[in-house]
Every structure is written in structure tokens, then in C-alpha cells.
Design a protein around this ligand. Structure first.
Ligand code: PMP
Length: 428
């Protein structure tokens, strides 16, 4: 046979890096993985979920809708509760239309939301601006859909606005600004760096994007991925980009109940402006004509009964503790050459090594670490292909989410000893 029958998308789709990392971890049971983005296993709300199932299915009459098909936009009660929660977090008044339940879609995890927005806005060859580094699974979506990415440098309080301006200007000069559809920001306790974008920077980014709309010939959106917003354990919450006055019609907000409640339920959501909302609803109709009803009902009841809030408070305490355990171990076992930002929420610490110390999949460091049964996410995976720079290859994402305290400590001790040996050897 001369050709495969796969579509361009089918042919382009590569095995996700994360499945390879998971395979390695599974094939070596003694392996300590600091790579997986799993949430804390011990606090998963098993008892709460059992009670919630009982509550939802208590009577035939009330139980039936959760076992029936629903609406593509999702359960109306959950949409209302979620929209209200987003509004209250931002301190916005009830009449603020940006947080209307009519702009809300409940999705199968926020991952589906990210996918649908990309489908709704991007053709092959279009450009999405991303943080440098960013959430690597999102990079796979772009890559498989033939969408190009361009990186915007990241500081401790979010993207560098001067660099965003420079990237936009360069794209305008090259005539490619017409292909730019949106800026994707993982704005709270970012995966992979744990950086939070300040509200001022969100406002600044929206202003800049607006300035280039005339040259682009169409709106340029901000896709705010707030997947980790609720996992805050230090400092105050930042308002979302929806709260930037006069710009809500350019903001697409993606959130999730995965991280703050149960990853296994995969209930996510999005708030979208028109015409993206209508396009996304139609796309959702084609994907699955609506997120499974039972998990949506469980989440709605968890919120209504106060269980959600209680569980979240416990989770925040738990992650604060695990982050402290990881950081203390890093201080103790990592060589002085390594640096990191102290996380204020989320699941990750992003460790930086001197640029001469490679950390990528093919590096001696990564291979030695695997040999010692320790796994991390190589930083290079989190950088988009961008002709304007070489991919940095001296960082690693370390997750304190899934492992036990003992695992985190042992993993960091082992990784620290590999690092110290490598540095000693490099100095000789
Ligand atoms: N965004 C980011 C930044 C994530 O890290 C993840 C999960 N790892 C998601 C979105 C998707 O999560 P979910 O589909 O479970 O809501």
C-alpha cells in the first residue's frame, strides 16, 4: 500500500511525552516519580463521593436526570454555581455580565475546554502565543493540529510584557500577525514553574493584544487557564482577566474541579465570549453532546452541601505541607548551583541548573537519574518550537502532588546525590 489512511492530524499526533514518562515509572516499580502531575492520592474524597452518590440517587425522581443525557452546555445548576464562584472570587457585583452562567460551558476536564477553544479559533498554520515555558500537554494539542506557537518570556510575576510587545511587533513586521489568534496563559501557580501572573500583567497583556487587532484584522483573545487557582496555600488570590475593565469580551477563562476536588471526575468548565461561545457549544455537540451528567451532579452537590469547600481547605493545608517537605529536602540535598522559585500554590517546583548542565531526555543527568530510579520532567519538554531562540535545556519540573512525604524526601535525596556527582565531575 502506498499511503496510510490517516489524516494530517492523525499522522502528526505523536505519543505524548507524559505517556512515555508514565511507562518508565510503571515498568520500574522501585522508581520514584517526581514527574507525574497527579494530585494527592491519600486525600481523594472517597467518603464524600460515596455520600454524594447516595444523595444524588436517593430518590428515583431526583436520580434520573443524572443518569440521562444532558445539555451540551452542561447542568444549569452547576453552571450557575460555578459562574457565581468565579464572580465572587474576583469580587465582581452580581450584575457583571462577564460572569453570566449563559457564557459558561461545563466540559470533560478543562483539557477538553483547551482543545475546543483551539479547534474553534485555529486553522493549520495559525499562531498561538504561549508562556516560555508552558504546560507541555497543551503544546501537543498545538503540534498535532499544525498550529504554531511563539514563546513569551516568563518572570516571577508572569510574562514579560516588553517581550510580548517585541514578539507582537516582530509578527506584525513579518506579516504573520494575521495568523495570531490568542495568548495562552496558565495564570495561577503555573504548570510547570508555579509562577502566578499578576492582575496588572493580565491587564497589560490584554491592552497590548488589543493594539495589534487592527493589524491582525480580527480579535486576539487571551485564553486564561486557571487550572491551579484553587490550590493556593500562601499569599492572596489574584483576580482573573475577566475582571479587567472593558476587556471581558476578549477573555476565555478555563477552570476545573479536577485539582481542587477529584481528578477522576474530570469536570472542567469555561467562560467564553461570543462568537467563540457558540462555536465551542457546536463543537462540544460534535464531541460528546454534553459532559457526563453524574459527575456534574456530584460536583454540584459537593458545592451545595459544603463538602467541596471543606475538602479544599484540607487539600490546601496538605499541599502547603508537601511543598515545604520538598523544598526543605532540596535545600538540604541539592547542590548550591541549583535555584528555584518558592511555590505559593499548585503542585510543582521548577528547578534551574546552570545553563551548562543539560537536563533533557538525552542528557547524562536524565539517564543517570533513571538509572538511579528517579524521574523528573525535563524542562525542555515545556518549551514550544520557536525559531527565535534555542530551547533551554537546564531545568526540571518536580512535582510534590502525588507522592507521599517519604517518597518526596527520598526522591529529592537521590536526585540531589546524582546532581552533586555530576557537578563534581563537571568541575574536574
Ligand atoms: N491545564 C493545566 C495547566 C493542567 O496542568 C491540566 C492538568 N494537568 C489541565 C489544564 C487539565 O486538567 P483537567 O482536564 O483535569 O481539568
Amino acid at each position: 500500500m502506498k499511503h496510510v489512511a490517516l489524516s494530517r492530524l492523525g499522522r502528526r499526533s505523536e505519543p505524548p511525552a507524559i505517556s512515555w514518562l508514565m511507562e518508565v515509572a510503571l515498568s520500574r516499580p522501585q522508581m520514584i516519580s517526581l514527574a507525574a502531575g497527579f494530585t494527592d492520592n491519600e486525600t481523594l474524597p472517597v467518603t464524600d463521593a460515596r455520600e454524594l452518590v447516595d444523595e444524588v440517587l436517593k430518590s428515583r425522581k431526583n436520580g434520573r436526570p443524572s443518569l440521562q443525557y444532558g445539555m451540551p452546555a452542561g447542568d444549569p445548576r452547576l453552571r450557575t454555581l460555578t459562574a457565581r464562584d468565579c464572580r465572587l472570587k474576583d469580587g465582581a457585583p452580581a450584575e457583571n455580565k462577564a460572569y453570566s452562567a449563559d457564557r459558561m460551558i461545563i466540559t470533560n476536564g478543562s483539557q477538553q475546554m483547551l482543545y475546543m477553544v483551539t479547534e474553534a479559533l485555529c486553522d493549520e498554520g495559525d499562531i498561538v502565543l504561549v508562556e516560555d515555558p508552558t504546560y507541555f500537554v497543551y503544546l501537543s494539542i498545538l503540534q498535532s493540529r499544525g498550529v504554531r506557537g511563539r514563546g513569551v518570556r516568563l518572570a516571577e510575576d508572569g510574562i514579560e510584557l516588553e517581550h510580548l510587545a517585541a514578539v507582537l511587533e516582530r509578527l506584525k513586521k513579518s506579516g504573520e500577525i494575521r495568523r495570531v489568534k490568542f495568548l495562552y496563559l496558565v495564570s495561577y501557580y503555573q504548570n510547570p514553574t508555579s509562577v502566578t501572573t499578576s492582575f496588572a500583567k493580565k491587564a497589560g497583556a490584554l491592552k497590548l493584544l488589543k493594539q495589534y487587532e487592527r493589524a491582525a484584522g480580527h480579535p486576539i483573545y487571551l485564553l486564561e487557564d486557571a487550572a491551579y487557582r484553587e490550590l493556593r496555600f500562601r499569599g492572596a488570590d489574584e483576580k482573573s482577566a475577566l475582571a479587567v475593565k472593558g476587556h471581558a469580551n476578549r477573555v476565555i477563562y478555563a477552570g476545573t474541579y479536577s485539582k481542587p476536588f477529584a481528578t477522576g471526575l474530570r469536570v472542567g468548565f469555561g467562560i467564553l465570549p461570543e462568537p467563540v461561545y457558540t462555536a465551542a457549544i457546536r463543537i462540544k455537540g460534535n464531541h460528546d453532546f454534553g459532559t457526563s451528567n453524574l459527575p456534574q451532579q456530584l460536583v454540584a452537590h459537593a458545592i451545595g452541601s459544603g463538602r467541596y469547600e471543606r475538602h479544599l481547605t484540607e487539600l490546601q493545608r496538605r499541599y502547603a505541607h508537601k511543598a515545604r517537605v520538598m523544598e526543605a529536602a532540596m535545600k538540604r540535598y541539592f547542590p548550591a548551583e541549583a535555584g528555584w522559585w518558592v511555590p505559593r500554590g499548585g503542585l510543582y517546583i521548577w528547578a534551574r541548573l546552570p545553563k551548562t548542565m543539560r537536563s533533557g531526555m538525552k542528557s547524562k543527568l536524565f539517564q543517570t537519574a533513571i538509572g538511579r530510579d528517579i524521574l523528573y520532567v525535563p524542562g525542555e519538554l515545556c518549551y514550544v518550537d520557536d525559531p527565535a531562540r534555542r530551547k533551554p535545556d537546564h531545568e526540571m519540573r518536580l512535582s510534590f502532588g502525588g507522592g507521599t512525604e517519604a517518597n518526596i524526601q527520598a526522591g529529592i535525596e537521590r536526585l540531589g546525590s546524582v546532581l552533586r556527582k555530576m557537578f563534581k565531575a563537571a568541575k574536574r
